[in-house]
Design a protein. Structure first.
Lengths: 290, 330
């Protein structure tokens, strides 16, 4: 067995997992709070990446472009939520799911119209173009830095949810919407804010990942499916579970892809499908039953 | 003869039932004779595609509209039918009825297993697990090179034969699809008005209450899942002949979302709505794509507006206009 090969694909898996973490947490937060399965989430991630790529070209700087794109996506998502999702809050959950699917189509269609079908190449920031040597393997430094940043942001999300007044409200609404409303929490606005924040997280991951993964039309759909798998594995609406799920999916995808090539994704999807049935509350057993 | 001298119903010259049958006969006749009226080759191809989408959408309506099970994986039965039919036609025989029997057997065997598993869940979980099933099939389509041809898919599927006579593409194929569409519609109409169909609607309204009055919810969901896949498989079989092949992308969850959108756009729980919706969307697609490249944007926008403002779809709007007209007349 070639341990070195295994090490490198596992490392790639961990890096991908760190990126997958942000959209997954967003998806999980939005589901936990509003019971919205956001089918547009992947496209928000994609749009963030495309915007960041274009901004980089205009202003010529990497980090500001990523941050501005993510902030813009927060505003964009807040507006979208107010206009399309808030008005149908009192209908069955499945309607919001359908609306988000339509929104996803609109975004991917808009991207195609504006940026075309060709993939956009994003250069790695100049300061981080070197490689570092890990156990004898040359590894791009940017990947490590970007993954570390992504993990930091994810940790911040946990901290906000756990220790701030907003986080307290988020947990209260996730626990019981009506009760939370009764004690004076503005649940509607909280949902809007969380929807926006989730979009911002996704867009941040999109921007940070843009030099590593190509920016292309299929990226949104692909990350959405992976986030779904992660969220289901972790138990819907359960944040720590989702985080574990993101790494399971990322590692399984990379290691499985290294040995089983095309069959690996079939195996993962099959396993997750079964998981949802035999253990519907996720790996930690603390999520919600969808 | 008694009918003719019997007094007409109180208010209207025709009873509602007769009127709808008359409409059905007119519609079916129009559908079947359409190619005779000098429609161009392109229009006929487009309409054939619309009708196939219509069969597929009706099969989904059974699941979503009648039983209340929203799925983002309905491409599975469709694609499975397409692959099984295409493979059999390429390697054994393209005799249509034989191909159909084989592809339906394949679809049924997978649907029986998948349906057994997913009939235990509903709601969002059902939508996502069925999506996962369809993605598994997509990946198998990509990975199982020797049978599926990998990413290239099946290429060069021969035209179907009907009792030894090749069904040419164009008008002949159109007619075959149209006849099958009418048969499928009648069968589904019969099914949804049967006690079985009523039971499905009870399950849609509330699984718990349905179970409480003694309905075997699990069994009914399993059965309707299999039936729905079988009908989707018919559509897939027709598609593989029409396109002379298929790629793994037929299983893509966007395809599932597309047919779901078409079904909702047409009007859930009406059968006729999704069928007409499919034809309308197919033609709209053709028109819009010649104006913008971003067809998905326009389609997504139309879908979002439809879900927010007209959740009952085309059929709902039509019924509203129809009943208003009917009431003013009586």
């Amino acid at each position: 067995m070639d341990w070195n090969f295994l090490f490198v694909i596992a490392l790639n898996g961990v890096i991908y997992g760190s990126f997958l973490l942000l959209p997954t947490l967003g998806l999980s937060l939005v589901f936990g709070l509003a019971r919205i399965v956001n089918f547009a989430h992947g496209q928000l991630y994609a749009l963030g990446a495309y915007l960041a790529a274009s901004l980089m070209r205009t202003i010529g700087a990497f980090w500001p472009a990523v941050i501005v794109a993510a902030l813009f996506m927060v505003l964009f998502a807040v507006a979208v939520e107010r206009v399309t999702i808030a008005p149908i809050r009192n209908r069955s959950d499945i309607y919001t799911l359908l609306v988000t699917f339509g929104l996803g189509l609109m975004i991917v269609g808009g991207i195609e119209q504006y940026w075309g079908t060709a993939a956009v190449l994003v250069p790695t920031p100049v300061a981080l173009q070197d490689t570092v040597t890990i156990l004898g393997n040359e590894y791009p430094a940017y990947r490590l830095v970007a993954a570390a940043l992504s993990l930091t942001v994810a940790a911040a999300v946990f901290a906000v949810v756990q220790w701030t007044p907003v986080g307290l409200r988020i947990r209260a609404v996730a626990d019981d919407v009506e009760m939370a409303g009764a004690i004076g929490i503005n649940t509607r606005w909280l949902m809007t804010v969380v929807f926006g924040a989730a979009a911002g997280l996704a867009a941040l991951a999109g921007g940070l990942g843009s030099p590593i993964f190509t920016v292309n039309l299929g990226m949104g759909s692909s990350i959405l499916l992976d986030s779904f798998l992660a969220v289901i594995l972790g138990g819907l609406g359960n944040l720590p579970g989702s985080a574990i799920g993101a790494f399971i999916v990322a590692l399984a995808k990379n290691i499985g892809g290294g040995y089983l090539s095309d069959w690996s994704i079939a195996v993962i999807f099959g396993a997750v499908g079964l998981m949802l049935i035999v253990r519907p509350r996720g790996v930690l057993g603390r999520g919600r039953v969808a | 003869m008694v009918d003719e001298i019997a007094p007409a119903p109180k208010s209207a010259a025709l009873s509602r039932e007769t009127a709808s049958w008359l409409l059905f006969v007119l519609g079916a006749a129009a559908l079947l004779t359409f190619p005779l009226f000098g429609a161009g080759e392109f229009t006929i191809t487009l309409l054939t595609e619309g009708l196939i989408l219509g069969i597929w959408a009706m099969s989904l309506d059974l699941l979503v509209g009648f039983t209340g099970l929203v799925t983002f994986g309905h491409a599975a039965g469709f694609g499975l039918g397409a692959y099984a039919a295409g493979y059999f036609a390429q390697h054994v025989s393209s005799e249509f009825l034989l191909v159909l029997a084989v592809s339906e057997t394949v679809v049924a065997s997978v649907a029986l297993v998948a349906g057994f598993v997913v009939s235990r869940i509903s709601g969002v979980a059902f939508a996502i697990v069925t999506l996962a099933i369809s993605q598994v099939l997509l990946q198998i389509g990509v990975a199982w090179l020797s049978v599926t041809g990998g990413m290239d898919g099946l290429i060069g599927v021969p035209l179907p034969k009907l009792f030894g006579v090749t069904v040419e593409s164009g008008k002949s194929l159109y007619l075959m699809v149209a006849v099958i569409l009418v048969l499928v519609y009648l069968a589904l109409l019969r099914l949804t008005n049967s006690p079985f169909g009523r039971t499905l609607q009870a399950i849609r309204l509330s699984e718990q209450r349905a179970a409480a009055i003694g309905i075997n919810v699990h069994l009914h969901k399993w059965l309707v899942f299999v039936i729905s896949w079988l009908v989707a498989g018919i559509a897939g079989t027709l598609l593989v002949f029409m396109k002379a092949g298929t790629t793994p992308m037929v299983f893509n969850w966007y395809e599932s979302g597309y047919v779901l959108a078409v079904t909702i756009f047409g009007g859930l729980g009406t059968l006729l709505g999704p069928m007409i919706g499919a034809i309308v969307v197919t033609f709209l697609h053709d028109q819009v794509i010649s104006l913008f490249t971003a067809w998905q944007f326009v389609f997504g926008l139309a879908f979002v507006l439809a879900v927010i403002f007209f959740p009952t779809g085309l059929a709902g709007v039509a019924i509203r206009i129809w009943s208003r007209w009917w009431n003013t007349r009586s």
